[in-house]
Design a protein around this ligand. Sequence first.
Ligand SMILES: NC(=O)C1=CN([C@@H]2O[C@H](COP(=O)(O)OP(=O)(O)OC[C@H]3O[C@@H](n4cnc5c(N)ncnc54)[C@H](OP(=O)(O)O)[C@@H]3O)[C@@H](O)[C@H]2O)C=CC1
Ligand SMILES: Nc1nc(=O)c2c([nH]1)NC[C@@H]1CN(c3ccc(C(=O)N[C@@H](CCC(=O)O)C(=O)O)cc3)C=[N+]21
Length: 293
Amino acid sequence: MQILDGLAVSAHIKEQLKQEVSDLKANGRKAPHLAAILVGNNPASEAYVGNKVKTCEELGFDSTLLRFETSITEEELLNEVKKLNENESVDGILVQLPLPKHISENAVIDTIAPEKDVDGFHPISQGKMVLGQPGFLPATPYGILLMLEHYNIDVTGKHCVVIGRSNIVGTPMSILMSRNANPGNATVTMCHSKTKDLKAMTLQADVIVAAIGRPRFVTADMVKEGAIVIDVGINRIDDATRKSGSRLVGDVDYDNVAPKCAYITPVPKGVGPMTICGLMKNTLLAAKNRSNA
Ligand SMILES: NC(=O)C1=CN([C@@H]2O[C@H](COP(=O)(O)OP(=O)(O)OC[C@H]3O[C@@H](n4cnc5c(N)ncnc54)[C@H](OP(=O)(O)O)[C@@H]3O)[C@@H](O)[C@H]2O)C=CC1
Ligand SMILES: Nc1nc(=O)c2c([nH]1)NC[C@@H]1CN(c3ccc(C(=O)N[C@@H](CCC(=O)O)C(=O)O)cc3)C=[N+]21
């Protein structure tokens, strides 16, 4: 069993990005600039956005964090996005999800200028991905591809079972695993809450991608010997033995599943840090595209 170390791989990719940014600057170009919007004060969202801004600093990117009260109206938020669209200095725009219930996430995502859509959530980005055209890939699936690439894990011809069909993880992951490119060329089954016999599906899987949002949902009896398991889940559970009183676990029952696997990603330090890499690579791409436009 080999652990896919997202922290180590992300450190490696961040070194490359840092070098590319310093080369850009040496050529008289400005640093890539990521603008993040955070609405409300959900502690998890604060931590994720904080992490993204910190990574920008580490890599020599410019960053701007715009914070708004939960009471902001949809119209006001759309206007803030439009201002960033028009701001020439901004290369990438990220609106941290989830948003308060009175704001339509689709309306906000649709308003982001496609050339600044570094989360890869805009319909144009998703459409290009489906058609196999170059563009911004959603950050989490992109991070998973980078991880597979780093470890030279070839999924060609393998049966990949994706659990979850969200717009930001499960659906794009299914499309990317089945595309005619590398990593890709897998045979994909996409499962969700209406799937009849999930265990029958996962037991056939050479690769399992778990993006469900339920702590330790994928148990050892659901996993074939020698499988590759990618755990996207981030779930905070109570743990009295920790100072903080809680800890993070994935959607996979890691302790019991790991011994059966060829490869497995841990939580934390698996897919999470790779997501940030995906975002940073997209932001650098946006900056390059815009300066060549
Ligand atoms: N590591 C990272 O960088 C990131 C981690 N995450 C984490 O990944 C997880 C998934 O996120 P996200 O995709 O946004 O979540 P969503 O809640 O949007 O989607 C969850 C999916 O799981 C399916 N599902 C729920 N229950 C079951 C079940 N019993 N059996 C089979 N399928 C089920 C749902 O089915 P249905 O469609 O029928 O409701 C849905 O498609 C979360 O833990 C989230 O925190 C998310 C983004 C980035
Ligand atoms: N517009 C938007 N874009 C996103 O990319 C987005 C989002 N909204 N909303 C929420 C999810 C979640 N997400 C994570 C990113 C990094 C870690 C991460 O770095 N996790 C660390 C640990 C973090 C910790 O210790 O709390 C790890 O797994 O090792 C986790 C989760 C991005 N998301």
